[in-house]
Structures are given as structure tokens and as C-alpha cells.
Design a protein around this ligand. Sequence first.
Ligand code: ADP
Ligand code: MG
Length: 281
Amino acid sequence: MNVSPRDHSPAPPQVLLAHHLRQLKLPTFLREYDKVAVEAAREGLDHPRYLLRLAELELIDRERRMVERRIRAAHFPAVKSFDTFDFSAIASLNKPLVLELARCEYIVARDNIIALGNSGTGKTHACLAFGLAACQRGFSVSFVTAAGLVHQLMEARDERRLLKLQSQLAAVKLLIIDELGYVPLSQTGAELLFEVFSQRHERGSTIVNSNLPFEEWTTIFGGQRLTGALLDRLTHHVHILELNGESYRLKQSAARRKRSARPSDEIDAADPQTGEINPAN
Ligand code: ADP
Ligand code: MG
């Protein structure tokens, strides 16, 4: 075979390095090593410090990527945190308990949380924030509505993959079930949901949100027996949050209406000499 000398020339080391770093799954190392080398030369860093800086960047990025992956896997309808939660708007909510729970130790202890309260009081917002905190601390999370979960379970049963779905649901560290009680469940639906609680009992944490007080849960599960057994499991190690009050949404839209009624007041408040609007009131 006639091989020209050029074919013998080795590939530039960067090409092999890029290949190896990809195979080792070190994308930040690959992306940053040139730039960090320039910085290292400028700052007079020796090679262990240069490598240390790259390794630290890779670790920070890896952690961020993992949090993002957990957030995607959780299927949150929106990403919300306690940073945007106004505790002063809901006096019935035990703020110190919420902040303590946001540290996620209840997940290590496999405790549950039940949030009860009327519509619009921030139950979904709070459990999204618990879910986000759990993702940030390295726990796997799944977010579902009670109706959505029952639908998934029934569908899995019809397609003969119920066991697989049940074991997935049992394995997740934090399962958030929103809106229990809005839709009455069929007998089969209630039983399938009960099995989920039963299989997760003392294996993982579950958060349940409901607009109905416990006394009315028999209407969701269609009977005393199932409701009793379910509450028995769910409330074994539980933190109960009460969110009773005025709907935050209604309050906000009332405030908006009031604000949009203001321009005419402001025109009245304009300085007759300069025409400037005085925003004092
Ligand atoms: P619920 O699930 O109890 O019906 P949501 O959590 O869906 O209520 O709240 C309705 C809307 O009001 C959401 O957009 C939510 O982010 C917002 N909201 C509710 N309570 C608060 C609060 N205390 N601070 C900030 N936003 C809130
Ligand atoms: Mg809700």
C-alpha cells in the first residue's frame, strides 16, 4: 500500500484530548481548558492549581446539570421557589415549619407533608418550592395531580405495565400529589391510589395537597375503610400545613383592578402649573 508521509503525521493532541474528555464525560474540562490555561499563565499558577481549577469548574457544572436533569424529570408545571412566596399573605401557614421543611431533612426521615386549604392559597406554589428544594439537594422528585396519577395508573393497568409504573412511583424520593379532592375518584382509581401510598409507606416522602379537610376525604375515596387505611399510612410521620384564607389570585386581581382604576385619580392629582403627576398617594 502506498501511504504518503502525511498520513503518518499524528493527529494534533487537542483532537485526541477532546475525544478522551468526551468519553470521560468532562465537557466543562474540554470547553474551558484553553481559557483557564491563559488565566493560569497570567496569574502564574502551577500545573496542579491549573488542573484543580478545571476540576472545580467541572464539578460545579456537573452539579448544575444534575439539578436541571432532576427538575426536568420531576415534570413540574412551573418552577417556583420560596423566594417568591409571600408568607405575610397567608397567616395560617406556619412559616418556621415551612422553612425547616425546605431544608429537606423530612425526605431523609421519609416523613410526609399534607397541605390543606381552600383554592388559591398557595398550596401548589409551596409544593413546587418543596420539589425544587429537593431537586437542588439531590433527591429525585415526581410531581403529579391526583387525577393525572390515577389516569396514568389506569392506563398502565390496561396496558399491563402497572407493576413497572408502581415500582417507579415507589422508588422516587419525593412524590408530590397535587389537587387531591378536586375530582372524585372511581372505586378502582381510589384503590390504585391507595396502593401507591401503601407502597411508598416508610420508603419515601409524599406531599399531598388537598382542598378538603380530612373529615371529607371519605368523599374522595368513596368509603370509611379505604380512607381510614390511607390516612393511617399517610399520617404516620406527617407534617401538616394549613393554608386557609383569602385566595391570593383573587386578592392580586382585586389589587390590579384598583391600580388600573388609578390613572384618572392621577390625572386629578397632576400639578395644575407643571402638569406633573404627583405619585404621593
Ligand atoms: P392553590 O394551589 O392553593 O390553589 P396556587 O399555589 O396555585 O394555589 O396559587 C395561585 C397563584 O397565586 C399562583 O400563581 C401562586 O404562585 C400565587 N400565590 C399564592 N399564594 C402566594 C403567596 N403567598 N406568595 C406568592 N404567590 C402566591
Ligand atoms: Mg393548586
